[in-house]
Write a protein that binds this ligand. Sequence first.
Ligand SMILES: O=C(O)c1ccccc1NCC(=O)[C@H](O)[C@H](O)COP(=O)(O)O
Length: 261
Amino acid sequence: MNILDKIVADKRKEVDLKKSLITIPQLEQSVMMERTSISLAEELKNSTTGIIAEHKRRSPSKSIINQSLNVQDVAKGYARAGVCGMSVLTDGKYFGGSLDDLILARAAVNIPLLRKEFIIDEYQIVEARAYGADVILLIAAILSREEIKTLSETAKSLGLDVLLEVHNEEELQKSIMPSLDMLGVNNRNLKTFEVNLETSKSLSEQIPDDFVKVSESGISSIEAIQELKPYGYQGFLIGENFMKTDDPGKNAKEFINELKK
Ligand SMILES: O=C(O)c1ccccc1NCC(=O)[C@H](O)[C@H](O)COP(=O)(O)O
């Protein structure tokens, strides 16, 4: 069993329990359902820097990254830094996140928010909308093509952008469909946790131009972004590099200023 299998097994139990406690019609009562969402794909298309900064307290690969920060301070810092969007991990068991983090970030900033979650059920997409997300992540490694189609169409019908994440060519080929906005290549090998930017480089040619290309994980330098841009990447998802510091927003600002030079 790899880490994704373990996370998904736990997630199925979690979603079943949540469904028995709060129904979809109850989630749909949220005032957030009426909010006009902001497209991350459009922000990335219009940006020269393309940074999506993540709120990540801990992870299976690194254990504790930073547990002492206030999510609203992090969100405000990222917004001040000029990021295109913020990714908020909402998984509790493996990443120390929650839906409270998402709604608190929503209350603090007016930039696109990605619900970073292991989505296996449309319930979690309604939840994402109800808690103020603008974008959802779908992970090809844990979903069939049919599931990707159903879940991405549900997200689109709720006005959300969809970022589809792949790790290899097989996942990419099975996933391409018009209901996706962005294709993310994850540089982290989930068996070994090693990160290698070559994954983004080698898959880039096979991503049709209709999708905004996002490179995810293991990005910690300006040089890495300069290496990836010629491959057509317009979005760069960065978590640990910012979150390991005392002030992720300040760090992101310095990073973005340097990138603009
Ligand atoms: O980060 C992990 O250890 C991890 C393990 C298993 C599944 C997903 C995982 N991370 C989720 C992410 O995609 C990253 O948080 C995101 O791309 C940012 O990565 P990084 O900049 O390396 O923190």
